[in-house]
Design a protein around this ligand. Structure first.
Ligand code: SF4
Length: 367
């Protein structure tokens, strides 16, 4: 989550986060609500190191420097999937700041996708002909160190009542748009009442057929998939697609599986997008297991994004050549439908750009 101001989320009670095993179906009003879990997230490097049983040195000084640039936020269910005492844990690497974040590297910039030039009206980004991104919130449940929007000026895109009307007018006047993507930040960090209002308003735009949601919340806090969320999803006449964001198979467990199953039962198509990240998932074994485990949970691998050159995160960069070699090997291991498309988003292009493999455009011809 790209949150520069404290979360305005009220804890329902003062209970510490309990051991969340697979229990009753979550309700947003439950004692252990997702809002409570979110409010109790770890928000300092020292707290995160202590929680993982790691010594403060040699990590704390560098982590604090990165934390000043982009604050730490990690919810407890995600921390529980990390290996205690392992400073190289692939989930920890995604969230623990390092000293390198403060280094300036040529070619790494604040807005690598030049999204600021694609803002159509406050809160609405139009990069592609038939899809528009609605920046529902700047808040996330987790702050991923590699995020290409880690410098995004969310405060400028905050949607007030007049802006909402402007967004809807703009969508009504754009007959080529048939899909709206709830984005952010993490759109599921917003309460269901507001999301349901948006979904109802979008369903009244005749040419909008699909609602897509890009969210890490069902993974990092599976309790987010509660009855209230499922109710408005079920009721919406739009086709619903939820693209989760999982980079490593250790992010998946029985709770995420159950959350995915409930979403599918509510008529939601589930896809996954990952980012190829050095030290996290840049191995064919990891990527193959990720695809297998996602599919076993009812989620289809969709995109493997090349790293976007955002300043402060160069240490995650994997060259296109290495990424392509990994995917070429992945194609020899997996059926074609489990191989995510390796793509890069280039500013100003009308679609994602496939990355060539072995000098050829990518085609998924394995059976
Ligand atoms: S990758 Fe997604 S969840 Fe992570 S910080 Fe960026 S917008 Fe938030």
């Amino acid at each position: 989550m790209i949150q520069r101001t404290p979360a305005r989320i009220e804890a329902r009670n003062e209970e510490p986060v309990a051991d969340v095993t697979v229990g009753p179906e979550p309700s947003c009003a439950a004692e252990q609500s997702w809002q409570q879990i979110l409010a109790e997230s770890v928000t300092s490097p020292a707290q995160l190191l202590a929680r993982l049983g790691l010594p403060q040195e040699p990590w704390l000084q560098g982590a604090n420097a990165g934390h000043q640039l982009f604050p730490v936020r990690v919810p407890e269910p995600f921390i529980r999937r990390m290996q205690h005492g392992n400073s190289n844990d692939p989930l920890l690497r995604q969230v623990l700041p390092v000293a390198d974040e403060a280094l300036h590297q040529a070619g790494y910039v604040r807005d690598p996708l030049e999204e600021s030039s694609a803002i159509q009206t406050t809160g609405l980004i139009r990069k592609y002909e038939s899809r528009a991104l609605l920046m529902v919130t700047g808040q996330c449940a987790i702050n991923c160190r590699y995020c290409f929007r880690r410098h995004f000026p969310y405060d400028d895109q905050r949607l007030g009542p007049e802006d909402r009307q402007q967004v809807l007018s703009s969508l009504h006047a754009s007959p080529n748009i048939n899909e709206v993507i709830f984005s952010g930040g993490d759109p599921l960090a917003v309460n269901d009442r507001l999301l349901a209002q948006w979904a109802r308003a979008l369903a009244e735009v005749p040419h909008i057929k699909r609602l897509r949601i890009h969210s890490r919340l069902p993974v990092v806090i599976p309790q987010r998939v509660c009855d209230e969320l499922l109710n408005w999803l079920r009721e919406s006449p739009l086709q619903k697609v939820l693209v989760v964001h999982v980079n490593h198979p250790a992010e998946l467990d029985a709770q995420t599986s159950r959350a995915f199953s409930r979403l599918r039962d509510a008529g939601v198509t589930l896809l996954n997008q990952s980012v190829i990240l050095k030290g996290v998932n840049d191995s064919v074994n990891t990527l193959a297991k990720l695809s297998e485990d996602l599919f076993a949970s009812g989620v289809l691998p969709y995109y493997l994004h090349a790293f976007d050159p955002v300043s402060g995160a160069h240490h995650f960069d994997v060259s296109d050549r290495n990424a392509a070699a990994l995917v070429a090997e992945l194609m020899t291991r997996l059926p074609g439908f489990l191989v995510p498309k390796l793509v890069r988003e280039l500013p100003g292009k009308a679609s994602k750009t496939p990355i060539a493999i072995n000098g050829l455009p990518v085609h998924y011809t394995t059976d």
